[in-house]
Ligand binder design. Sequence first.
Ligand code: NAP
Length: 287
Amino acid sequence: MSSTPSVLLNTGLPMPLLGLGTYKLVGHEEVYGAVDAALVAGYRAFDSAAVYRNEAELGRALKELLPKHGLTREDVFITSKLGPKDQGEKAMEGALHSLSQLDLGYIDLYLIHWPGTQGLGVTDQRNPGNRAQSWATLEELHAQGKLKAIGVSNYTPAHMRELMQSCKVPPALLQVEFHPKLCQTELRKVCKEYGVCFQAYSSLGKGELLTDPVVLEVAKNCDRTPGQVLLRWAVQQDVPVLPKSSNPDRIQDNARLFDFTLSDADMDRLSALDCGQNYCWDSSEVA
Ligand code: NAP
């Protein structure tokens, strides 16, 4: 299968609309098997993070598998994230650790994983200073070419506005939870206003949305799987997705998004499920 379509980031570089989520993929065997299946299915992007503790396994799997699939480092797009424990003065150490764990020369996109700092209360007034320091560190590594693009994750509209007022390099991307039950209307508006790519995580609601009655009905009507419907709903709005699976068949199934279209009526039915439901964490309280 050929690789999937891309979006253009504000750095001028393209990023695939489909990436493999790797949260909870652990150990060489599991990571290797998932990356192998994903490359066959056309995935060219992989989403890791320091806190997933699989950066080293992902880097090793890619180094072993790219030649097998006739691909090079430049053919894949790797995202990783600075852990909340390294927010602030430890940011340089944390980012350099990610670079050395992945050992792929550079990271395509590096995100601040969370607006808060591990060990500080959510309302602690040191949080804003720490994330500003982390951002300045990411800007430095971006200038050195070690991080091709930099961005943030789990930021609220207020965190985004604060960053836009102080940054030298604007964020290329915001990664947040996004699915029909959490449409993130305000955040999407803010991203559009600032030219920041809006990327979805937990598009399948961590698997729970796959049995939602409306999703099942839309899937039945268009003869697709519930996973494809949920992912198509996002990419049809130009929102990049990162479905996670450790199962080769499901990895393949989740990649079949670009050969069908959901009708306007089905898109609207799905969007009408919006009720502000988080399946992951909620960062709205972080100062
Ligand atoms: P998700 O992709 O919404 O759902 C993953 C779950 O659905 C897994 O349990 C998987 O099980 C199952 N699944 C996947 N495809 C399926 C299919 N076709 N049929 C049936 N079950 C299926 O959840 P997620 O892992 O939370 O989010 C995806 C990725 O986004 C993460 O891996 C991570 O890379 C990123 N993420 C980022 C943040 C952040 O804070 N920035 C937070 C959460 C997630 P199997 O593995 O058994 O198939």
